[in-house]
Design a protein around this ligand. Structure first.
Ligand SMILES: Cc1cc2nc3c(=O)[nH]c(=O)nc-3n(C[C@H](O)[C@H](O)[C@H](O)COP(=O)(O)OP(=O)(O)OC[C@H]3O[C@@H](n4cnc5c(N)ncnc54)[C@H](O)[C@@H]3O)c2cc1C
Length: 432
């Protein structure tokens, strides 16, 4: 049962669950599945937000946590070789102990796996400065659906020989091959990170402040935001020290040497003030950092104070268009009477947009779905994309053709066919 759902709360009972312990076992299982036409759904921790790891066509769920070892950390060459079942946060801590830094930091890092992060090309707060998972992958070992084991990419800092199969596999959501080994690029750990929060009396001012910070020449290593509804639900869920008047919140971090980090937050605070921040607080201790993050981290669980069900999207727009998007969502909320909650990674224009509803009331479910479709429409009009980091899976598969042209979709189908002629690997996902 626990392998029948993911964070989308959609249930599909698999025929069986397999737990391979090495690449050879993955290879044998896939070869057998291809010969017999049995669907195989790779799975990491099942924390995905788009239904990628659920077995919509039954068959096998292949749980990858048995390949859970950090194989090598090469501090001289700033690389590490890992198996896909390693938990992201465990890996971050292991390299930090050697003075190294693995920047991708999905908020699910305490439980998500590196294999799942690669398959979805996970992002997170630090993407605004450091980029996303694909920017840290040098090479892979991948098992193809007929059981062939291939290596892609390099273990060196650069490499351009042949097509970039590494990048093709990253973000392919387990539809092209099963990742069994990963070579990652690391950085030197920043000496210091400083954190500040800023409250605003309007979401519009906060959205404009985001653009002003990014234009100021300082690149924060996190620039998160919460809208009025996100703040209200957190307030009713727990005491996170937010003011009564706060209508929008920005949470910002800067890193570097102690002097660089301090100077950066001082300059950012100045920009926020110029752009109408009502209250700015800079953390002075580790406890204060935790307190400032408490509100942002509480949003996901607190959302359910608004209703039993939610549709959770993760659109991205050019960040200069954030004020327009904020206004469109506000008007849509008024028009539909549905509660809409936005929060997320404002620094890279990535909005986690949630529509709350009650699925026992069919008219609300229909209205919520329609509202999401309208937001997808605005997103594409503003030059954005319908998913920044959660992937397509089953959740966004019906909308692929709104963003991707028929010609490009047809090429994607041909690529899928070349990798997986029998169509056994994660069927029913992305391209349906
Ligand atoms: C509270 C919460 C916060 C989150 N915050 C973020 C965030 O900040 N940023 C972000 O990007 N995401 C976030 N997520 C989404 C999710 O955690 C990520 O998508 C994560 O990368 C999924 O990892 P997983 O191990 O759980 O993979 P799963 O959900 O098990 O699988 C995800 C996809 O990867 C495929 N897959 C898994 N392992 C392999 C493998 N070895 N080879 C090939 N394919 C494989 C699966 O088939 C599936 O398509 C969050 C989720 C939750 C619940």
């Amino acid at each position: 049962m626990c392998y029948a759902y993911d964070a989308t709360r959609r249930f599909f009972m698999p025929g069986a669950v397999v737990f391979p312990q090495n690449s050879d076992q993955v290879s044998k299982i896939l070869a057998l599945a291809s010969e017999n036409g049995i669907p195989v759904t790779p799975r990491g921790a099942g924390s995905g937000m788009s239904g990628g790891s659920v077995a919509v066509k039954e068959g096998l769920v292949m749980v990858m946590t048995g390949l859970g070892r950090i194989l090598a950390v090469d501090a001289d060459n700033f690389t590490a070789t890992v198996q896909p079942g390693v938990i992201t946060g465990v890996f971050q801590k292991a390299v930090a102990e050697q003075g190294l830094f693995y920047p991708p930091d999905p908020s699910s890092a305490d439980f998500s796996t590196l294999g799942g992060n690669l398959a979805e090309c996970a992002g997170g707060p630090r993407a605004v400065k450091y980029g996303v998972t694909r920017d840290y992958v040098l090479g892979l070992e991948v098992v193809l659906p007929y059981g062939e084991i291939i290596r892609t990419g390099v273990k060196t800092a650069k490499g351009v020989v042949g097509y970039d199969l590494t990048r093709l596999i990253i973000g392919s959501e387990g539809t092209l091959g099963v990742i069994t080994e990963i070579t990652l690029r690391l950085l030197a750990r920043p000496e210091e990170v400083r954190t500040l929060s800023a409250e605003f009396d309007s979401m519009d001012k906060a959205a404009r402040a985001v653009a002003a910070v990014m234009r100021s020449g300082i690149t924060p290593c996190a620039l998160e935001y919460m809208d009025k509804n996100a703040i209200s639900c957190v307030k009713s869920y727990q005491d996170a020290g937010l003011s009564e008047e706060a209508e929008a919140l920005l949470l910002i971090e800067a890193d570097g040497t102690p002097e660089q980090a301090r100077e950066a937050v001082d300059r950012i605070a100045g920009v926020l003030k110029e752009n109408g921040a009502a209250k700015i607080e800079t953390a002075q201790t580790a406890e204060e950092v935790q307190r400032l993050w408490k509100a942002r981290k509480a949003v996901s669980p607190a959302l359910y104070t608004y209703g039993p069900d939610k549709i959770n999207e993760d659109i991205v727009i050019p960040r200069s268009r954030l004020p327009e998007m904020v206004e469109k969502i506000r008007v849509l909320g008024e028009k539909t009477g549905l509660t809409m909650v936005s929060f997320g990674h404002a620094g890279d224009g990535n909005i986690h947009f949630n529509v709350m509803y009650d699925s026992s009331r069919p008219e609300q479910a229909v209205a919520a779905r329609k509202a999401v479709e309208e937001v997808f429409g605005y997103t594409l009009e503003l030059g954005g994309t319908i998913s920044g980091e959660h992937g397509v899976g089953i959740a966004k598969a019906p909308y692929m053709n709104r963003e991707i042209s028929p010609e490009a979709l047809s090429l994607m189908r041909r690529i899928k066919k070349a990798f997986d002629p029998a169509g056994i690997l994660n069927p029913g996902k992305m391209l349906m």
